[in-house]
Design a protein around this ligand. Structure first.
Ligand code: NAP
Length: 350
């Protein structure tokens, strides 16, 4: 019998929350080999797979910035992978790549889909897992959202929601680098302590605290100049009520609404007019031509210790993937969440 590898496929579209054992199914398939490769293709094995809130959106059958994942398809996911065999000039056997592998242990990818890139060279204090975090799409999302849309000036007040997450923690630190007074919100007292004591934020607040609204108001006596939003819902509404004139609202994400059948719109939206707020959504892929420059800058900040990071790495391989995805919506992670499929130091068993 041929050797098998595991992959996770979409089994049914969730109406609200992802249902364990129902939304996805794990299947064993014969391991593809070098003999299966055609010109322009690479055979890769996943090391770490990224868990992203955006995945919830890819399960919905409607037009978006990427096509929805189809029933029976391998779930889309970014990963750090090692090249096992190559008929492409993009990377050679043994190279580490950033690639859209999906939830699969081993897969054949085609270079022309633009889904495989040789890994960005790590700074001296860099780790391979940074390629999914600070030096991956979440780091770049923070970079472009904060520097191109938020554009904080020295002394301005910046508020970042989900500030202890992968994107938020980098966005908040970039605002500090730019000289702003930075307030972060998060869902546990431990995250709030980490943001204040280790990330150097000026204020951090637990949005589950019964006095959150009062504390949010007290923390923004000069109102908000830049609001970098990852969660939407109540917090977006509160920020609209505290917006300064000509403030910039960077709409990066709205995780509080991703699992709801009827997303909540902001009650205070008309403050956009009275306060002349610039509200702009964006998708990090809009800035693809500038990824190289962003990675250089993020890498330098990481090397200088101006950006610090934490990761939450779930062990257990693909069996742990569904639970890890659900845990994103329950706030179990601090910093970048990923699953370890295979430790890069380990020998390839395939
Ligand atoms: N526009 C883009 O191109 C782009 C790219 C990447 C990511 N994003 C968006 O950026 C946001 C953060 O993504 P990420 O990958 O960095 O994830 P993350 O922040 O590392 O993880 C998600 C965090 O969201 C918080 N959360 C979950 N449910 C919540 C709720 N109901 N209310 C408030 N907070 C909640 C949790 O932390 P707490 O403990 O604080 O609740 C959780 O840890 C997401 O909205 C994502 O869609 C956008």
């Amino acid at each position: 019998m041929s050797r098998q590898s595991v992959q996770m496929e979409l089994a049914e579209r969730p109406e609200t929350n992802i249902i364990p054992g129902q939304t996805f199914r794990l299947v064993s398939v014969p391991v593809p080999t070098e003999a299966d490769l055609q010109d322009g293709q690479l055979l890769v094995e996943s090391l770490y797979i990224s868990l992203d809130p955006a995945m919830r959106g890819w399960l919905v059958d409607r037009p978006s910035y990427l096509p929805p994942v189809q029933i029976g398809e391998v779930m889309r996911a970014g990963a750090i992978a090692r090249v096992l065999a190559s008929k492409s000039s993009v990377a050679a056997p043994g190279d580490i790549v950033s690639a859209l592998v999906g939830f699969a242990e081993v897969r054949i990818l085609h270079e022309s889909a633009g889904t495989v890139q040789k890994a960005f060279p790590l700074p001296p204090n860099g780790k391979v897992t940074d390629l999914l975090g600070v030096l991956g799409l979440t780091g770049m999302t923070a970079y472009f959202g904060m520097t191109k849309i938020g554009e904080p000036n020295k002394g301005e007040t910046v508020v970042v929601t989900a500030a202890a997450g992968a994107t938020g923690s980098v966005a908040a630190q970039i605002a500090k680098i730019k000289g702003a007074r930075v307030i972060g919100t998060a869902g546990t007292d431990e995250k709030v302590r980490w943001l204040r004591e280790e990330m150097g934020l000026d204020v951090a607040l637990n949005y589950k605290d019964p006095d959150f609204q009062k504390k949010f108001k007290e923390a923004t006596p000069d109102l908000i100049d830049v609001f970098f939003d990852n969660v939407g819902g109540e917090q977006l509404d509160m920020a609209l009520a505290r917006a300064n004139k000509f403030s910039r609202f960077v709409i990066c994400g709205g995780i509080s609404q991703y699992n709801t059948a009827e997303p909540q719109g902001p009650k205070n939206f008309l403050n956009v007019i009275t306060q002349r707020i610039k509200v702009q959504g964006f998708i990090v892929l809009d800035y693809a031509t500038e990824f190289g420059a962003a990675l250089q800058q993020l890498s330098q900040w990481l090397a200088e210790g101006k950006i610090r990071r934490k990761e939450t790495i779930v062990k257990g391989g693909l069996k742990a993937a569904e639970g890890a995805m659900i845990s994103l919506f329950e706030g179990h992670n601090t910093g970048k969440l990923m699953i370890e499929v295979k430790n890069p130091e380990g020998e390839s068993k395939l």
